[in-house]
Design a protein around this ligand. Structure first.
Ligand code: ATP
Length: 407
């Protein structure tokens, strides 16, 4: 059976993955077999998410009635019901819901009614609390069909420490990254000298290590020194796979979806207040703004070097009329050149323009020339893929260290 759970946490505490890890242990104690623990990230632009729009599913052998009771009990016990935005959902399905629902939930928006229709069709056991919105994520997690996938080991704190400062040895995190990158990623951001894998929110997670396999995340995890953890769980996930990106043309972008879009840079990038960088790309008569926000740090240095005429593939969420860049491919670069009046061969002085299309004239000897001096400016960019740093990376964004996209 598949046990999907979502929406148990609030900004004030809890985490659906923690609840899932505790449930996995209770199922095992009840003589069930947990074949896989899966963490799926859904559309990152859903406004009522608490943090990273995560939902979980456990693939379990055992008695569905008993499993459903255990799952509902744990939600009653641990979910943060005090928060208006906590609307848990639990699904126990013997049959896998259609994968199309997962794909919609990761790329687009779904309704509770759509989820409930699917659950009724497959005869699943389910329960939704309050406005039942968690049934969307719980159903999507159970429906998930991950082609590409990665691993994350989440290390959870002892309950008495929830909300207190976390003790994780900084140097051991940098050492773990150095020893296991590119097989693990986003433990730290070495360029910006920032720890990425330790949250600052009051939830049960102590730290999480992301990587290509359970073996690699364990290898890194074993190098990390910290306060005594309560619980650890390796999750199979769609993190770092670009599952949220949809290929589209500029004219067809919809608010709140995430895209991969081809275009030609049509104006020089501008840095606005707060250090946010924006530029426009076009495809025929249609254009869209691209944004590299201040938290994307050094990625903005790349963006600022773009020139009108460069061809790019922009990847990111479309929000309020802009694509918020997660990564970008520079497909081709225009030749940059300066056009200036030529030197007068007699006087060795630069001539002046005699008006648009009227050639050039030497002010000293009145000599004339038709052709300007054209000089190529060497471009400081190379074609290829560029990405935001680990500190600014979204959960679903595929890091370039996992291999370059085939576009
Ligand atoms: P955390 O990452 O800390 O677990 P969260 O960010 O996952 O928290 P939730 O509390 O789970 O946030 O809230 C997300 C809510 O949005 C859930 O109720 C979920 O069912 C719903 N949801 C997820 N994806 C979609 C979607 N594509 N369309 C509509 N609702 C969605």
């Amino acid at each position: 059976m598949l046990i999907g759970i979502d929406d148990t946490d609030s900004p004030g505490g809890m985490c659906t993955t923690y609840l899932g890890a505790v449930l996995a242990r209770r199922l095992i104690l009840a003589h069930m077999r947990v074949r896989e623990a899966r963490l799926v990230r859904l559309n990152p632009n859903v406004t009522f998410k608490t943090r990273g729009n995560a939902a979980i599913v456990l693939d379990v052998d055992g008695d569905p009635e008993k499993a459903f009771a255990l799952a509902c009990n744990i939600v009653d016990e641990l979910a943060d019901f005090a928060c208006e935005n906590t609307n848990p959902g639990v699904v126990v399905a013997d049959r896998k819901p259609e994968a199309a629902f997962y794909r919609k939930a990761v790329t687009d928006f779904c309704t509770v009614d759509e989820a409930v229709d699917i659950l009724n069709t497959i005869g699943a056991r389910y329960r939704g609390w309050k406005n039942r919105r968690g049934l969307i994520g719980a159903t999507a997690a159970a429906a998930s069909d991950l082609g590409d996938h990665t691993s994350e080991i989440l290390v959870y704190r002892e309950p008495q420490r929830f909300g207190t400062p976390r003790e994780v040895d900084r140097e051991s995190l940098f050492a773990a990254e150095a020893a296991t990158f590119p097989h693990t990623w986003d433990t730290v951001d070495p360029v910006n000298d920032v720890v990425v894998c330790v949250p600052h929110t009051p939830d049960p997670v102590l730290f999480g290590i992301r990587g290509e396999s359970p073996q690699w995340v364990m290898a890194a995890r074993q190098m990390i020194l910290s306060e005594k953890p309560a619980l650890e769980q390796i999750w199979v996930t769609n993190q770092g796979t670009d599952a949220h990106l949809v290929d589209a043309m500029i004219g067809e972008l919809r608010e709140g979806l995430s895209y991969r879009v081809h275009g030609i840079v049509s104006d020089p990038p501008k840095t606005g207040t707060g250090g946010h960088v924006s530029f426009t790309i076009r495809d025929g008569d249609l254009s869209v703004r691209c944004m590299a926000y201040e938290p994307t740090k050094n990625f903005r240095h790349i963006v600022r070097q773009l020139l009108p005429g460069d061809v790019v593939i922009a990847c990111g969420s479309f929000k309020k009329g802009s694509i918020n860049l997660e990564k970008m491919k520079i497909v081709s670069l225009v030749t940059a050149e300066t056009v200036r009046p030529p030197y007068c061969t007699a006087c060795n002085k630069r001539m002046t323009s005699d008006g648009k299309g009227k050639g050039y004239k030497c002010r000293k000897c009145n000599a004339r020339a038709e052709v300007p001096e054209v000089q190529e400016i060497p471009r400081t960019l190379e074609p290829g893929w560029y990405e935001v740093p680990p500190t600014a990376r979204r959960h679903l964004a595929k890091p370039l260290c996992r291999g370059l996209p085939e576009f």
